[in-house]
Design a protein around this ligand. Sequence first.
Ligand SMILES: NC(=O)c1ccc[n+]([C@@H]2O[C@H](COP(=O)([O-])OP(=O)(O)OC[C@H]3O[C@@H](n4cnc5c(N)ncnc54)[C@H](O)[C@@H]3O)[C@@H](O)[C@H]2O)c1
Length: 356
Amino acid sequence: MTEVVIVSEIRVGLIGAGSIAQVAHIPNLKNLGVPIVAVADAVEERAKQIAQQHGIPHAYGDYRQLLKRDDVDAVIVSTPTSTHYPIVTAALKSGKHVLCEKPPAMNDREAEKMAELAEQQKLVLMYALQMRYRNDARAVKKLVEQGEFGEVYFGRALYIRRRGAPGGWFSRKELSGGGPLLDIGVHVIDLTWWLMGKPKPVSAAGFTFQKIGAKGLRLDRGWQPADVREKLEQEVVYDVEDYAGGFIRFENGAVLLFEVSWQINDKDRWGSTICGTKAGASLPPLELYTEVLGEQATVNLRVDEGNAYLEEIREFITCVKEGRKPLTDAYDGVTVMKMLTALYRSAEQGREVPIK
Ligand SMILES: NC(=O)c1ccc[n+]([C@@H]2O[C@H](COP(=O)([O-])OP(=O)(O)OC[C@H]3O[C@@H](n4cnc5c(N)ncnc54)[C@H](O)[C@@H]3O)[C@@H](O)[C@H]2O)c1
């Protein structure tokens, strides 16, 4: 990464002007004073409206027009998962640094090709796995690195929504690649794996259910993609899982156990837990399971979550400026996609499968 050209003032283009771009990326770019030069969205009217609302000089209905601009140094890709690979590939080929939304891709092969291309092009490719930018997560990571937990041999990742399927393209497999495992599982599995010290995954066992499906959809609440919010969605398609569970085994003998759901008759909750030979921790809220004066103690550390979306953008811009590898870099995206792809393969085959 040392040969990356250092650009003094990074100018950004947005590809995808839907919900996450509007809720997180545009406000945070503005907070950090990063100029947004252009926006592109397949719904051209949306691109134009967002451009007008935020004083963005150029708007396009075709992202390739945006990529032709010499005054765009870096792009943020916030489009449906099936478009990540073609858009990120085109962006890297046109010399732009990329921050791409999660999940990185439809599968591990796409993620691998994108990481290799970014390396060849000597450009930053970062994924929006923003859980790692939370203050509480960083506090645990620091303690793990200081050896406070001893050997970390077990992790648990949970993201249970009782009813929380976003609908729209999210529940269409050809556009999303999968349901809650790819949508929210990617966040908690990545966070827990990172806290565990990023051990090398060797096998995975997963199972999925689709028992509630389209009849449980509540499109009037929860996360709404732009087409649902603007009532442009014509037809409800729901051909992904409602729930996924399973575990991943690592080369060092450690195991990560997880459960994720968009729809299940269970309690809403989410969190990440890691357990080591000397201590353990979970968040949120941030708790340490340790010993004080030889007795078991639960310590509540007063660290709030902070603004992970803002820190994610700061990391991206800093890495582009300094030619540094981001915390959530392209190859971590590959490993995460290897785990998720193997979990789906395992669920299909009904047995534990190797990860290469
Ligand atoms: N990091 C997070 O916490 C988080 C939260 C929500 C969504 N996301 C991710 O962000 C991405 C977008 O999700 P969203 O909820 O904003 O969806 P959305 O549907 O609201 O927005 C996607 C936008 O992309 C546009 N689009 C589709 N195909 C395009 C193309 N080929 N070229 C240009 N624009 C195109 C759509 O018209 C839409 O405006 C997804 O990858 C999703 O998983 C991340």
